[in-house]
Write a protein that binds this ligand. Structure first.
Ligand SMILES: [Zn+2]
Length: 174
């Protein structure tokens, strides 16, 4: 595994989303590459700090106009092709568990937007370990399905959040 690949997988690794085999490759690279080891530590620390900062501060809550636009776009995308959002019907979307899960997705995806702004990575992130398992329980679909849908949802969130970050001048263009 090369450093570039490692960097692209860091968030997935931290979110416990990788296959066992890929996990091993990541760990092997970590063992042998001091540069990636220190970036990895910094990233993990940043994730934790941003998450708690966003959670604890009212002024960092996502504004309602953006949230509404995001929701509309996600729904539109869900109608085009099957995604994680497909199973979340309108009524279910207001289920507190599902909302909490969606909120945690957004919060941690913000970490990705910040990383984007630093041009260190173009990957957004998903919440804590076992989040996928919980989502699987809530949506009653297999873990593999949750993970592939999360991947799609994350790509979409990345686009949306990059746009949002740009509107605040905190992400580079292009
Ligand atoms: Zn490396």
């Amino acid at each position: 595994m090369r450093c570039q690949e490692f960097r692209e997988m860091t968030d997935s690794y931290l979110s416990d989303e990788l296959l066992v085999e890929t996990n091993h490759e990541v760990l092997r690279h970590l063992e042998n590459c001091a540069a990636c080891r220190s970036e990895f530590a910094a990233r993990r620390e940043l994730r934790a700090r941003v998450r708690s900062a966003v959670k604890n501060s009212p002024e960092t809550q996502i504004n309602s106009a953006f949230a509404a636009r995001l929701q509309t776009n996600l729904r539109a995308a869900a109608l085009e092709r099957p995604t994680v959002w497909e199973k979340i019907k309108v009524a279910e979307f207001f289920n507190p568990k599902v909302l909490a899960f969606a909120a945690s997705l957004l919060v941690v995806a913000l970490v990705g937007a910040i990383w984007l702004s630093r041009s260190l990575s173009n990957e957004t992130t998903i919440a804590e370990n076992n989040q996928s398992n919980r989502a699987g329980e809530i949506l009653q679909v297999p873990i593999g399905t949750v993970m592939s849908r999360l991947h799609r949802g994350r790509k979409l969130l990345r686009q949306q959040l990059t746009e949002y970050a740009r509107s605040f001048g905190i992400a580079a263009d292009g």
